[in-house]
Ligand binder design. Structure first.
Ligand SMILES: [Zn+2]
Ligand SMILES: [Zn+2]
Length: 343
């Protein structure tokens, strides 16, 4: 299936968390939310919102050659060898760029959970592109789509709807989602420097890799640029796949999002995904002291340094599961039930 940018879904109300407490579809069963958020009848809505998203529409081998090639390049460790220094470089490269994805692409560009300067906004986008997850505008637009249609037939990556493989990486390999959905990022698309980054998203990684290769050598290039990038991809993908399958549900969100301590560690706090689906506007996804959220701690530090400001935090009543009159906490009985029953 090929969907062009002009075919894309027209503007719809976006739930980035702000005002989510008054949104009628939040906390409602997935089927009801799907109906409530489905495109209006009679309006041309091509793309996944009109047809539902079905797995199996992967791109051609040629189109996916760079993606598959990066995975194959991990084998270069046979020639690069291994040492504690190289593993440390790999992890440092992984976590620095994971921060750019979680605090930049996700919490800033997709959810606007804090404010920053135009320069720092660009720098976060620039660092994010080195994770090779396309441009910040592409990423934010698709992620906003996920929140709007979570675990309905219109969700781009729902493991319960389309299976683990599709939710994890199949949708990334599909040509159906190559285009940037400009209507979903009206707040961002007016910045020419962000549009440039979005278009030339490969350039920063290629330049950085070339510098690393020539300045530090083949071994550092393999571990710091290739192995760590593949790990970074799959670390990020676990939030779309495993965080909708494994873990604890604290809040009734109308989808299958879950909290996972382990996934929070490998994604710098994104593992508190049930919290996040409950209140997406919050800069902190770990709501409680024991819910470790490294990205938020760094954002807190950046706030103290004056580089970011107006961090949104989940209000006490939200953390307690009270929005409006009823409680949105998942009870012990509900937690035992399968996701569909919970939803
Ligand atoms: Zn999700
Ligand atoms: Zn999100």
């Amino acid at each position: 299936m090929s969907v062009t940018a002009s075919d894309r879904v027209t503007a719809t109300t976006l739930q980035t968390g702000e005002g989510a407490s008054s949104a009628p579809v939040q906390g409602a069963p997935a089927a009801a939310r799907a109906a409530a958020t489905a495109p209006p009848a009679g309006v041309a809505q091509p793309g996944p919102a009109a047809t539902g998203v079905r797995p199996g529409r992967l791109g051609s081998l040629l189109a996916n050659l760079p993606f598959l090639g990066m995975h194959a390049s991990v084998l270069l460790v046979i020639w690069a060898g291994i040492s504690w220094e190289l593993v440390a470089i790999c992890l440092a490269s992984y976590y620095v760029r994971m921060f750019a994805i979680t605090a930049g692409y996700h919490r800033y560009f997709a959810h606007k959970s804090y404010k920053t300067s135009r320069v720092f906004q660009f720098l976060m986008g620039l660092l994010g592109t080195t994770a090779l997850q396309k441009g910040p505008l592409w990423w934010a637009a698709h992620h906003r789509y996920h929140h709007r249609y979570s675990d309905t037939e219109h969700d781009i990556h729902s493991p319960t709807r389309q299976g683990f493989f599709w939710a994890h990486m199949g949708w990334v390999m599909s040509p159906a989602f190559d285009a940037t959905e400009w209507e979903r990022i009206r707040d961002l698309r007016s910045y020419p420097e962000l549009r440039w980054l979005n278009r030339w998203h490969l350039v920063p990684f290629v330049c950085a890799s070339a510098i690393v290769f020539f300045a530090f050598g083949f071994e550092v290039f393999v571990w710091g640029c290739l192995v760590s990038t593949v790990l970074l991809w799959h670390g990020t993908y676990t939030i779309n796949s495993l965080c909708h399958m494994w873990g604890r549900r604290v809040y009734e969100t109308g989808d299958t999002s879950r909290n996972s301590f382990l996934l929070a560690l490998i994604t710098l706090g994104e593992g508190w995904h049930n919290n996040h689906h409950y209140y997406p506007a919050s800069a902190n996804q770990g709501f409680r002291w024991y819910e470790i959220d490294i990205s938020y701690y760094v954002l807190w530090l950046l706030e103290k340094l004056g580089l970011v400001w107006d961090l949104k935090r989940a209000p006490e009543e939200v953390v307690a599961g009270r929005r409006g009159r009823r409680s949105y906490l998942v009870t012990a009985d509900e937690e035992q039930a399968p996701p569909a029953a919970v939803a």
